[in-house]
Design a protein around this ligand. Structure first.
Ligand SMILES: [Zn+2]
Length: 331
């Protein structure tokens, strides 16, 4: 999950790389930092350093130094200081970043850590600024350096949020089902229209599942796990309905010139037409494509919805950060 050149860089320099969590951390010039991997873009990272001024005033001031850094380092898109945390956003844009991105990241880390070291900046809690008992935590996929009492209050807050979320329960299931049905009907309409135009109607599978999930959320008030499953089942069935309507319209258009039939006669006759191998294959092809695109397109939405519905925020302690040898000038 970590961009392989950054991972290689981390390993070469003795930093810790947690591939699964998209996280690199370590110390340079005795200063602790973390690098957060963007989950979507390979060459996109956020560097954090948790520091504040110690006994002497930093020269130049931290914000001024960061401004110098953004003009000096090509791929450093922005850098800011909150009073307890430096945040530096990196992204490889333009040509040749594949070759120059990691050296740029490295040059910035060298600059910033040697600046922190020579100005005797001290590590600190992101929330209260205390320098004692610091640990690095990953809360909901973001890194936080906190002292133990700030972590306790933060996790209290998170637990309260979780309790509030789960109080909503599964929401209004009847409303949700109606919403998902209405949403999927929209998908059916899109499917039939695309079919009429002669394109691959499977594309509408994507529209169908998204509309069903949105419909459930809008009328059910809250997309629960049950809601996700119900929306998926409705969409799976409605894809078949959509295909049958599409084929029915085609049959109707062909046969209405020769016979006195209504659209519903044509719709009912679809199963008997499916005994024809050519038609059967074409219909199966449409359905398979529809289901594949449904899964591909809706995967992110479903995963996000599932994550939200669980109401759980993952928190874990990554490492304890000792302030020993922090201000020693060992390089
Ligand atoms: Zn604190």
């Amino acid at each position: 999950m970590i961009y392989k050149k950054v991972k290689q860089y981390a390993l070469n320099n003795g930093f810790t790389a947690e591939d699964k969590n998209g996280l690199v951390y370590g110390q340079m010039n005795g200063v602790f930092f973390s690098i957060h991997q963007d989950p979507v873009t390979a060459a996109k990272h956020t560097v954090y350093l948790w520091v504040k001024e110690g006994s002497i005033a930093a020269v130049p001031a931290i914000t001024d130094f960061l401004n110098q850094c953004t003009s000096k380092h090509q791929y450093l898109q922005s850098a800011s200081y909150s009073g307890t945390r430096i945040t530096a956003e990196f992204q490889g844009i333009g040509f040749k970043w594949g070759k120059n991105y990691v050296p740029c990241l490295d040059a910035f880390l060298r600059d910033i850590t040697s600046y922190c070291n020579s100005n005797q900046l001290v590590p600190c809690c992101q929330s209260c600024g205390s320098s004692a008992g610091l640990n690095l935590y990953q809360i909901d996929d973001t890194e936080h350096m906190l002292c133990s009492s700030c972590y306790a209050s933060t996790s209290d807050n998170i637990q309260r949020q979780t309790a509030e979320k789960s109080k909503k329960g599964s929401g209004n299931i009847v409303g949700g089902v109606v919403g998902a049905l209405l949403g999927s009907v929209l998908g059916v309409i899109v499917w039939v229209l695309i079919y009429q135009l002669g394109y691959i109607s499977g594309i509408a599978g994507l529209v169908m599942i998204i509309c069903a999930l949105k419909g459930y959320e809008m009328l059910g008030g809250h997309l629960s796990k049950a809601g996700i499953i119900i929306s998926c089942i409705i969409s799976l069935v409605m894809v078949i309905v959509a295909e049958q309507v599409s084929v029915g319209i085609e049959i109707y258009n062909v046969y209405k010139e020769y016979y006195e039939i209504t659209f519903f006669d044509a719709f009912r006759s679809v199963p008997s037409f499916l005994e024809e191998p050519d038609i059967k294959m074409a219909v199966i092809g449409d359905l398979v494509m529809g289901y594949i695109l449904m899964v591909v397109g809706a995967w992110g939405t479903i995963r996000q919805a599932y994550k939200n519905s669980s109401g759980k925020v993952s928190t874990r302690m990554v490492t304890s950060v000792t302030s020993a040898n922090y201000t020693s000038s060992n390089e």
